[in-house]
Write a protein that binds this ligand. Sequence first.
Ligand code: T46
Length: 183
Amino acid sequence: MRILPLDIAGAAILESDRHGDERGGFARWFCEHELSAVLNGASIRQMNHSTSLQCGTVRGMHFQYAPQAEKKIIRCLAGRIFDVVLDLRAGSETFLQWRGVELSGGDDRALLIPEGCAHGFQTLSDQVQMLYLHTAFYAPELEAAVAYNDPRVQIAWPLPITVVSDRDRQHPYLPVDFFGITL
Ligand SMILES: Cc1cn([C@H]2C[C@H](O)[C@@H](COP(=O)(O)OP(=O)(O)O[C@H]3O[C@H](C)C(=O)[C@H](O)[C@H]3O)O2)c(=O)[nH]c1=O
């Protein structure tokens, strides 16, 4: 696996080689040893799957507070998405900056989201399927989110937004005195 760091500390694109033969193909999508440099001892605790039916759907921007702050490895299984990592870490050089990466089913690429960063995506096609690996257990009491349209962040979603959950519509904007989260 190749680790291609983004300029948000701890965020990276993870690329796998696919071995092809007359039957089809094979690729390793996760290896605790090969990813040890970015996992820093964290283990995968949960794996989730989502489906999004309509192009233009936005999910996010979600994160969990410590002590259940989590790394996520985000992979698109079907369709295409614009995947976004948003730095919420107090004192970070890229505080409140976001980066977007296009992922698609079969591209053998994933986005690594570090602790202290929020994650979200917009679907660029219908019928998107996503796979999420989490290094912490789901903790609703420590779950939080930044509004996908927060004016302090100004994420440039590529397409007109079509579908957002009621919950994601109701996240408050960041207060002016929000200086970041600590891990
Ligand atoms: C994460 C999680 C959620 N849930 C429940 C909570 C809701 O009732 C329902 C859907 O959850 P949510 O609306 O948070 O799902 P998404 O908006 O697709 O969030 C997902 O996509 C965004 C972009 C992310 O980054 C999240 O980590 C990921 O969970 O499943 C569970 O029961 N267990 C879980 O581990």
